[in-house]
Design a protein around this ligand. Structure first.
Ligand SMILES: *[C@@H]1O[C@H](CO)[C@@H](O)[C@H](O)[C@H]1NC(C)=O
Ligand SMILES: *[C@@H]1O[C@H](CO)[C@@H](O)[C@H](O)[C@H]1NC(C)=O
Ligand SMILES: *[C@@H]1O[C@H](CO)[C@@H](O)[C@H](O)[C@H]1NC(C)=O
Ligand SMILES: *[C@@H]1O[C@H](CO)[C@@H](O)[C@H](O)[C@H]1NC(C)=O
Ligand SMILES: *[C@@H]1O[C@H](CO)[C@@H](O)[C@H](O)[C@H]1NC(C)=O
Ligand SMILES: *[C@@H]1O[C@H](CO)[C@@H](O)[C@H](O)[C@H]1NC(C)=O
Ligand SMILES: *[C@@H]1O[C@H](CO)[C@@H](O)[C@H](O)[C@H]1NC(C)=O
Ligand SMILES: *[C@@H]1O[C@H](CO)[C@@H](O)[C@H](O)[C@H]1NC(C)=O
Ligand SMILES: *[C@@H]1O[C@H](CO)[C@@H](O)[C@H](O)[C@H]1NC(C)=O
Ligand SMILES: *[C@@H]1O[C@H](CO)[C@@H](O)[C@H](O)[C@H]1NC(C)=O
Length: 496
C-alpha cells in the first residue's frame, strides 16, 4: 500500500510538472508565432489635385486592421501630365493618363490579391472648380476615369469629387492615425490607452487650387457650423476644418497677377514685385476669364485679349504687400475668431503638421528644420531680393517655371499662417513642415481609405488578436491552478 502510494504520488507529481512546463512554454510563445502567417491586404487611392494626380498603394495586416499605425504605404506613383480638370476638352485622355501608375501598382500587388484591392479615386479643388464652371464636363472626366480603372482587375469603389471639408478632415485623420494620437496599445499597462484629444495634431494643407486648415480647438467653442464631428475608437472628436477655394498656390498666382495688372498704370508692361529682376512672363488677359477664381465680375479687368508682360522687380517688401491684398482682412471687423473674408476660425491651438506645398516651398528654402520665425522672415526677404540671373545660375536643376515663384509662394505662406490663421512668434514653433510620417506620405488619401474601409471603428477595441496579455494571464492562472492542485493532492496523499 505504501509503495503504491509513493508510486502514485511520484506519477502525479511527474504529470503536474509536465503540465506546468507545457503551460510555461505556451505562455512564453507569442500568439503571432503559432497562428498562421498574417494575411496582407492592399488598398489604393488616387489623389487627383488641380495640378497633378498621384496614386498611393497601402498595405496592412488584416489581423491587425483595428490597431493604429499598422497601415503602411507600399507605393506612391506620380501620374504624368497635368491635373485631370485640364482634360475637360478631351476626357478620354484623363483616363489614359492613369494607366502607367495602374500598371505600376499591379506590379507590387500579388496577382492573387488584386481582385480584393479596393480602388478609390478622389478629386479635389481643381475638379470642384471645373464642376462649378461646367458640370457636364466634370462628369464626363470622372466617367472616363471610372471606365479606365474598371479595365483593371481591382475592386473599383468609385470616382468622386470630395468636399473641401472632407479633404481637411481626412488629412487630419491621416496625421493622427500615423502618429497614433487616437489610441495606442501600451505593452506596459497591457491595455489600450487613449491620448487626450488635446494632444492631436492639426493639419495644414496647401494645394494648387485650395488650402485647408483642420484642428481640435481648445475648450468648447460655440460655432458648430464649421466642425466635423466624428467618433473614432469610442471617442468623439470635434474638429474645426475649413477649406478655402481659390486660395491654393496656383490660383493665388493668377489672382496676384490679375491684381497687379488691374492696378498698373501701364497696360502692357506690369511690374511684378515677387518675380526676380530681369525675369519676364507674358500672360493673356483672356486667361483670367477661363478660371472661376479670377472671373468674378471685375469692372477693372479689360475685356480684350491683350497680352501683358509681367516684369520682375525682386522687391521683397513689395511682394508681401501685394500678397496681403489677396485677403480681405477688414471683413473680419473686430472679431478675433476670424481668419479673413469673414470666415470663422477659433484660435489655433496645439501642434500642427504643414504638408504638401507648405512643405515643398519651405524645403526648397531650407526652412523645414524648425527655424524661428525671425530666421524664416530673413531667409525669405533675402531670397526675394535675388535677381533672375543669380537664381537661374545657382539653381540649374530647378524647374525654370517654378524657380521664379518661390518668393511669392513663401510670402503667401507667411501671410496665410500669420495674418490669416494667426500663428505668432510662439505658436510658430508648433508648426512642423513635414511631408511624411515614417515612409507614408501625409495627405488626405490614407484617412479617406481608412474611413471608407471602416478600418477606424467607432468603438474602442476590446480584445485584439496579436497581443498576448490575456494569453499570459491564462497561462499564469493555469500554472498556479496546477501547482495548487498538486499541493492539495500531495497533502491528501501524505495524510492518508
Ligand atoms: C462644357 O464642356 C463640354 C465638353 O465636355 C462642352 O461641349 C460644352 O460646350 C461646355 N459647356 C460650356 C457651357 O462651356
Ligand atoms: C451657421 O450656418 C447657417 C446656415 O448655414 C447660418 O444661417 C448661420 O448664421 C451660421 N452660424 C454662424 C454662427 O456662423
Ligand atoms: C466669367 O464670368 C462671366 C460673367 O460673370 C460669365 O458669363 C462667364 O461664363 C464666366 N466664365 C467662366 C469660364 O466661368
Ligand atoms: C499673345 O501671345 C501669343 C503667343 O504668346 C500669340 O499667339 C497671340 O497672338 C498674342 N495675342 C495678342 C492679342 O497679341
Ligand atoms: C518695393 O515695393 C514697395 C511697395 O510697393 C515700394 O514702396 C518700394 O518703392 C519698392 N522698392 C523698390 C526698390 O522698387
Ligand atoms: C471686404 O469685405 C467687406 C465686408 O464683406 C466689403 O465691404 C469690402 O468691400 C471688401 N473689400 C474688398 C477689397 O473686397
Ligand atoms: C539649401 O541648402 C543647400 C545645402 O546646404 C544649398 O545648396 C541650397 O542653396 C540652399 N537653398 C536655398 C534656397 O538657400
Ligand atoms: C500667441 O498665441 C497664443 C494663442 O494661440 C497665445 O496664447 C499667446 O499669448 C500668443 N503669444 C504672443 C507672444 O502673442
Ligand atoms: C466616414 O464615412 C462615413 C460613411 O461610411 C461617413 O458617414 C462619415 O462622415 C465619414 N467620416 C468623415 C470624417 O468624413
Ligand atoms: C474592426 O472593427 C470593426 C468595427 O468595430 C469590426 O466590425 C471588425 O470586425 C474589426 N476587425 C477586426 C479584425 O478586429
Amino acid at each position: 500500500m505504501f509503495i503504491n502510494k509513493k508510486l502514485f504520488t511520484t506519477a502525479l507529481l511527474g504529470l503536474l510538472v509536465t503540465l506546468s512546463i507545457i503551460a510555461l512554454i505556451l505562455s512564453l510563445v507569442r500568439v503571432e508565432d503559432v497562428t498562421l502567417p498574417p494575411t496582407v491586404q492592399y488598398g489604393m487611392v488616387f489623389d487627383a489635385g488641380s495640378s497633378h494626380t498621384s496614386l498611393f498603394v497601402y498595405e496592412w495586416d488584416s489581423d491587425k486592421q483595428n490597431n493604429t499605425g499598422v497601415v503602411s504605404q507600399t507605393l506612391s506613383c506620380d501620374v504624368q501630365g497635368p491635373g485631370i480638370s485640364s482634360y475637360a476638352d478631351d476626357p478620354p485622355k484623363a483616363g489614359d493618363s492613369l494607366r502607367e501608375c495602374l500598371d505600376e501598382a499591379l506590379k507590387v500587388i500579388p496577382a492573387a490579391k488584386q481582385r480584393d484591392v479596393s480602388a478609390y479615386f478622389g478629386a479635389t479643388a481643381g475638379m470642384r472648380l471645373l464642376r462649378e464652371q461646367n458640370s457636364s464636363a466634370a462628369d464626363r472626366v470622372l466617367a472616363e476615369i471610372a471606365k479606365t480603372i474598371q479595365e483593371y482587375p481591382v475592386a473599383f469603389c468609385g470616382a468622386q469629387i470630395i468636399t473641401g471639408e472632407e479633404e481637411g478632415a481626412y488629412g487630419w485623420i491621416t496625421i493622427n492615425y500615423l502618429l497614433e494620437s487616437f489610441t495606442k496599445y501600451s505593452p506596459k499597462a497591457h491595455m489600450w490607452v487613449h491620448p487626450e484629444a488635446a494632444n492631436s495634431f492639426g493639419a495644414l494643407d496647401l494645394g494648387g487650387a485650395s488650402t485647408q486648415i483642420s484642428f481640435a480647438p481648445k475648450g468648447s467653442f460655440i460655432n458648430w457650423n464649421k466642425t466635423s464631428r466624428f467618433m473614432l475608437y469610442g471617442y468623439n472628436y470635434n474638429i474645426y476644418t475649413h477649406s478655402y477655394i481659390c486660395y491654393g498656390q496656383n490660383e493665388m498666382w493668377k489672382r496676384l497677377a490679375k491684381e497687379l495688372i488691374v492696378e498698373s498704370p501701364s497696360s502692357t508692361l506690369v511690374e511684378h514685385p515677387c518675380y526676380p529682376k530681369d525675369y519676364k512672363e507674358t500672360i493673356s488677359l483672356s486667361s483670367f476669364r477661363t478660371s472661376p477664381c479670377t472671373n468674378q465680375s471685375d469692372p477693372r479687368l479689360p475685356l480684350d485679349d491683350r497680352n501683358v508682360t509681367l516684369e520682375g522687380r525682386s522687391n521683397a517688401s513689395g511682394c508681401l504687400v501685394a500678397v496681403k491684398k489677396l485677403f480681405n482682412f477688414s471683413a473680419c471687423g473686430q472679431s478675433q475668431d476670424c481668419s479673413f473674408d469673414g470666415i470663422y476660425q477659433p484660435p489655433v491651438s496645439g501642434q500642427f503638421f504643414a504638408f504638401s506645398a507648405f512643405y515643398y516651398n519651405f524645403k526648397f528654402l531650407n526652412l523645414t528644420e524648425g527655424q524661428s520665425l525671425a530666421t524664416v522672415r530673413e531667409t525669405i526677404e533675402h531670397f526675394c531680393a535675388r535677381t533672375w540671373e543669380d537664381l537661374s545660375s545657382n539653381y540649374p536643376e530647378e524647374n525654370p517655371e517654378r524657380l521664379p515663384k518661390y518668393c511669392a509662394n513663401a510670402n503667401y505662406i507667411l501671410t496665410l499662417l500669420l495674418d490669416a490663421y494667426k500663428f505668432n512668434e510662439t505658436s510658430w514653433n508648433n508648426i512642423f513642415f513635414q511631408m511624411k510620417v515614417g515612409s507614408t506620405n501625409v495627405g488626405w488619401t490614407l484617412g479617406y481609405m481608412l474611413n471608407l474601409t471602416n478600418m477606424i471603428p467607432a468603438e474602442a477595441p476590446v480584445w485584439v488578436k496579436g497581443h498576448t496579455p490575456s494569453l499570459w494571464a491564462a497561462a499564469i492562472a493555469f500554472v498556479t491552478f496546477t501547482l495548487a492542485l498538486g499541493l492539495v493532492a500531495l497533502v491528501v496523499l501524505l495524510w492518508t
